[in-house]
Design a binder for this molecule. Structure first.
Ligand SMILES: NC(=O)c1ccc[n+]([C@@H]2O[C@H](COP(=O)([O-])OP(=O)(O)OC[C@H]3O[C@@H](n4cnc5c(N)ncnc54)[C@H](O)[C@@H]3O)[C@@H](O)[C@H]2O)c1
Length: 252
């Protein structure tokens, strides 16, 4: 097993389950000290316990990424616990209810933009001073195949994820002078709690398997391994990329 991140300090948001937990687990298994952050305190503490039982050097902090001062406290908690911040993974996100445009409410629009786009801005804004202070090298945001593609009934989610791609690219230009590479992963359909309701029923899984040219839904670990690549020295010349992890979906 490679241990590319020995003693590196990594922060992962949305780490209580799904893709975020897979990212946290992958970093911990390669020797990183990992701060798990999430809004759901019960699931967060269960995830922390799980990774600790697996031998990970981990801690956790409850955060609501829609609240900038909460994000500042989250970063302060990382520095207090591990004395540095080397790598930040901004992954927390929510789906939006699927509905025709006229039925989508202002509240639904605001909620999805607040978590998926403003949340990443809040996290990055709070993280950059600590990354600079520590000589940190990477920010990886979780975008989506909907950063490139559009689906009917999902205007808020699609707009938020297009925004994450734009924020990633523009901030990559602003931050590369500090030695911080900003990149994103763009997952296709991945089997996580977010997708669980849609996977129920006979046709659910078959629909998602058929949607990706590779012929199956993705696994959270397959996204995590790409996040680790982007964070690693192997990606030292990768700046502002939005890396598709979607079994070929963005090509269709
Ligand atoms: N699963 C997929 O098919 C898929 C596809 C493309 C992109 N994504 C993106 O991947 C990321 C992770 O999604 P997932 O599938 O693992 O979903 P998930 O629901 O399993 O995990 C998301 C986590 O984010 C947390 N969260 C939500 N709002 C938060 C807030 N305001 N503050 C802090 N934490 C908050 C949740 O509590 C949850 O633990 C999201 O950004 C999602 O949009 C997922």
């Amino acid at each position: 097993m490679k241990r590319r991140f020995e003693n590196k300090v990594v922060l992962v948001t949305g780490a209580a389950g799904g893709i975020g937990l897979a990212i946290a687990r992958a970093f911990a298994s390669e020797g990183a000290k990992v701060m798990l952050a999430d809004r759901d305190s019960a699931k967060l503490h269960a995830a922390e316990q799980l990774l600790r039982q697996e031998g990970g050097d981990v801690a956790s902090v409850v955060v609501d990424v829609t609240d900038y001062s909460d994000c500042q406290k989250m970063v302060a908690a990382v520095v207090q616990r591990f004395n540095a911040l080397d790598i930040a993974c901004n992954n927390a996100g929510v789906p939006s209810p699927i509905a025709p445009f006229e039925e989508q409410s202002l509240l639904q629009w605001q909620r999805v933009m607040d978590v998926n786009l403003n949340g990443i801005f809040h996290c990055m804004k709070a993280q950059v001073p600590a990354l600079r202070e520590s000589g940190g090298t990477a920010i990886i945001n979780t975008a989506s195949v909907t950063s490139h593609l559009a689906f009917a009934g999902m205007a808020g989610y699609v707009a938020s994820k297009h925004g994450v791609a734009g924020l990633t690219k523009a901030s990559a230009l602003d931050l590369i002078g500090y030695g911080i590479r900003v990149n994103a992963v763009a997952p296709g359909f991945i089997e996580t709690p977010m997708l669980a309701p849609a996977l129920e029923g006979e046709d659910g899984r078959a629909f998602f398997d058929a949607r990706a040219p590779i012929g199956r839904i993705g696994r959270a670990e397959e996204v995590a391994s790409c996040v680790l690549f982007l964070a690693s020295a192997e990606a030292s010349y990768v700046v502002g990329a939005v890396l598709n992890v979607d079994g070929g979906m963005a090509l269709t």
